[in-house]
Design a protein around this ligand. Structure first.
Ligand code: MGD
Ligand code: MGD
Ligand code: MO
Length: 757
């Protein structure tokens, strides 16, 4: 039953309840039709996330060694079909349309134009992007880059480019003389990179995919698997069938989680039946996670006092630091405060605490719901405090599992995409390549935005992404962006950031991962790292979308050669000719992670680059895993102010970040548009609002800057009172640059203070 886009015929990954099943098949087919996907796309899907195939460009969920017949999900299929569209956005299209005109189009309409096919140069006189040659583009960009102060140049990376291109990109920046390497991770799991590292000494999760087969409790905090990592539904379903207790902590009752949080499993909760579902689904206030996790922990400590035998005393004594201080802090937290800040009843927190005290192996899963807060790192600390009490890190079926976003975002950091020079093996770069890497800290995403707004940013290269739309203070950024003398984008499809040209602006079209990457007559393989620190080979089999496209590796190498002095001594051409040489260089620079790299790529399920925290070696300041006291129970840091709502910005089921596939948020039952705000019926009644009424939201940050988004349709939704939810990137003008996680600078996209205009 393949439809006219030649799509289904294959079952999506294992799960066939309401989240997967026919609904998702339909969603996929619709995108397939809309994307005008090429017939060969089906073959790519068949091999997606399997050994010898292409690794999905959607999320970073693990790729099992024994894949399902179809190891892809609805949204992974959408991403592939979107990449393999038959539509082309060639130079002709720009002849009829000025850049100013295109800049008024929506993300959705722009991306639907299809794949970029030619290198393009912005012509200010006609306000058009015009066809150019690679030679002209490289030479002109190289000359511009040489003329600029390298410290005013930014190289952004958006989590998709594979290890090979990312490694070269980092080297290029350092050879040019800057560490301005912001990446999408700065807006995403930077809180993990800093916060998790502080408490367990590892900047990444400690679990592997197999751990999900052995846990008997999952604390699932602030992550939406049904939409953002649908292949995770399979292990969740298996776990639920086994009787694993799954506790969801989320202000929205997300469909993908509700099904598992239903009280059908044999696990018995301690609280009576009418509240049973919500006891497993803690509908926390935005930013209430520190309070709820601390409340759960408080009850665990109470049970230890009352009954004993709850804490893993050996583990705590041998492996942790700071327990006494934290227990003293926790004793001071009243249940009233914990209830008020979390919006969860004491009974519910105690019920989960009692389950936790009995569970043998617990995994703490989390996502943007806790990382994107002013006290996000403290929320991660609160989750880790709880896990440490019973030694739930560093053994089978237990651990901490941040669900990463972009398919190679974790890997980009592993191979040097970072603004922090102390995360880079600079000595090896000196020894191996004769480089003098800069030692000053560079710009992360927020620092770049601040520099941009102050007129200090002079040149921008984007290896993918749509940065002007993804950052906070979108309106202010849009005004400033075109003032940069140089903007360059390596991209697959047109987006809004491309349409904010600087004086010298270039669009460089690249291959997608599913396409053949032929260099010197040999099809090249690339590698990516998933959320579980497993490295996978990925090979593209589809014909490229046009003869002029180049690989990201070739483009980065081309730019580097055109910019750096010839005697800089880095073998760019040789690297671009044979990616095995890049992997050999990665292995030399990172021997611990990538020993025997080339051979191990062939391992089904990827090879594990290891994680000391999993072995209970804690690379923290104290040398132990750290209990920590949060600065505040309220992760938003907002407190209570009359008339101020906490706005959550999140993803629909029909988008990948700023790439909007359609207007259907199927799992939330919302269809038709994205300019909306979800609100609890009780708050609607209190404000005198009707469903579908259009309202304006004003920003309410106390930094004196006016922010506003108009024309938002009110959608009644089951949310805690005082909170609102709507879509990223449409609501980003409301997100203030001044509000970010204190430890990591991750924008606080989940607790945005707003009021109704
Ligand atoms: N299909 C698809 N897949 C994707 C993406 C995509 O856009 N589309 N994006 C990718 C990327 S880059 C990333 S980073 C991930 C993002 O994946 P997620 O981490 O799931 O990110 P969000 O969609 O922003 O949703 C976060 C969840 O947190 C909840 N939440 C909001 N505020 C709070 C809070 O204060 N506390 C708690 N406990 N929960 C809260 C929201 O209700 C929502 O369920 O997904 C990746 N995968
Ligand atoms: N308010 C709010 N803001 C947020 C978030 C939020 O939850 N709320 N989430 C944040 C998060 S978690 C993230 S990760 C960022 C995302 O920020 P970005 O990573 O900057 O944005 P994307 O939408 O993923 O980038 C999409 C563009 O990448 C290009 N592209 C697609 N595939 C490829 C490829 O294979 N190669 C290349 N070179 N280019 C490609 C296309 O041109 C496409 O238009 O947004 C952040 N912003
Ligand atoms: Mo992300």
């Amino acid at each position: 039953m393949a439809d006219d886009a030649g799509i289904p015929d294959l079952e999506p990954v294992g799960y066939d309840g309401p989240v997967g099943g026919w609904g998702s098949m339909k969603g996929m087919a619709q995108v397939g039709r809309k994307a005008h996907a090429e017939p060969g796309a089906l073959d790519t899907l068949r091999k997606q996330n399997k050994h010898g195939g292409t690794m999905c460009t959607s999320c970073a969920w693990g790729k099992p060694p024994n894949p399902h017949v179809a190891e892809f999900c609805e949204n992974g299929a959408k991403a592939t079909l979107w990449d393999l569209t038959g539509d082309r956005c060639g130079p002709d299209l720009f002849l009829d349309r000025s850049v100013s005109e295109l800049a008024t189009w929506s993300e959705y309409d722009l991306e639907r134009l299809g794949r970029l096919t030619h290198p393009l140069r912005y012509d200010a006189a006609t306000d058009r992007y015009l066809e150019t040659s690679w030679e002209e583009a490289f030479a002109a960009i190289g000359a511009e880059l040489r003329a600029l102060d390298p410290k005013a140049v930014t190289f952004y990376a958006s989590g998709k480019a594979a290890l090979e291109a990312s490694f070269l990109y980092g080297l290029f920046a350092r050879a040019l003389g800057h560490n301005n390497l912001p990446d999408s991770s700065n807006m995403c799991h930077e809180t993990t990179s800093i916060g998790l590292k502080q408490v367990i000494g590892s900047p990444v999760g400690t679990c592997t995919l197999e751990d999900f087969d052995h846990c008997d409790m999952i604390l699932h905090v602030g992550q939406n698997p049904g939409t953002n990592s649908p292949r995770m539904l399979h292990p969740l379903q298996e776990a639920a069938k086994r009787g694993c207790c799954i506790v969801a902590i989320n202000p929205l009752r997300e469909k993908g989680l509700l099904e598992f949080a239903s009280p059908q499993s044999p696990w018995q909760m301690t609280v009576g039946s009418p509240t049973e579902i919500s006891d497993r689904y803690l509908q926390v206030r935005p930013g209430g996670d520190i309070a709820v996790l601390s409340g759960i922990a408080k009850h665990v400590l109470h049970l230890e006092d009352a009954e004993g035998g709850v804490l893993d005393h050996d583990f705590v004594a041998q492996h942790t630091d700071g327990l006494d201080d934290w227990m003293a802090w926790l004793r001071d937290q009243s249940w009233d405060d914990l209830e008020r800040e979390s919006g969860i009843t004491r009974a519910a927190m105690e019920a989960v605490g009692a389950s936790y005290a009995r569970a043998k192996a617990v995994i703490g899963v989390y996502g943007m719901g806790i990382t994107q807060h002013v006290h996000g790192a403290d929320a991660i600390g609160a989750l880790v405090n709880l896990l440490l009490l019973r030694g739930n890190i560093g053994r089978q079926g237990a651990g901490c599992s941040p669900v990463r976003g972009h398919s190679n975002v974790q890997g980009q950091r592993t191979v040097g995409i970072t603004e922090k020079p102390d995360l880079v093996p600079n000595d090896r770069l000196r020894d191996l390549f004769g480089m003098s890497p800069p030692m000053e800290e560079g710009w992360n995403t927020n620092a770049f935005v601040a520099a941009l707004l102050e007129g200090r940013a002079q040149g921008f290269i984007g290896l993918g992404g749509n940065l002007a739309r993804a950052v906070p203070d979108q309106d202010r950024v849009a005004e400033a962006w075109g003032r940069m003398p140089l903007t360059v984008h390596v991209a697959t499809r047109l987006n809004r950031t491309h349409l904010m040209p600087g004086r010298s602006s270039w669009l460089l079209p690249c291959l997608v991962r599913a396409e053949q990457d032929l260099q010197q007559g040999v099809y090249q393989q690339v590698t990516i790292e998933d959320s579980f620190s497993h490295i996978h080979g990925s090979i593209g089999a589809r014909q490229p979308a046009g003869p002029h496209l180049r690989s990201e590796v070739a483009i980065v190498a081309g730019l580097a050669m055109a910019t750096l002095p010839e005697d800089a001594g880095l073998p760019w051409a040789g690297w671009a000719a044979d990616y095995r040489r890049i992997r050999a260089a990665i292995e030399q620079v990172y021997p611990d992670d990538f020993a025997d790299f080339e051979r191990r790529i062939d391992q089904p399920g990827g090879f594990y680059r290891g994680n000391p925290a999993r072995e209970r070696q804690w690379q923290t300041e104290s040398g132990k895993a750290q209990f920590t006291c949060p600065e505040s129970l309220d992760a938003t840091g907002l407190g209570e102010r009359p008339g101020i709502y906490r706005l959550i910005t999140l993803r629909s089921n029909d988008q990948f970040n700023t790439t909007v596939y359609g207007m259907s948020d199927r799992l939330r039952g919302i269809e038709g548009d994205r300019m909306l705000v979800m609100m609890s019926p009780a708050d609607m009644a209190a404000e005198g609002l009707r469903p579908d009424q259009r309202i304006t939201l004003d920003g309410a940050a106390d930094d004196g800057i006016a922010r506003s988004v108009a024309g938002l349709r009110v959608v009644p939704y089951d949310l805690p009172r005082g909170s609102l939810a709507g879509y990223f990137p449409e609501l980003n003008p409301l997100s203030p640059l001044s509000r970010a996680d204190k430890a990591s600078d991750t924008p606080a996209a989940k607790g945005i203070p707003v009021r109704l205009a």
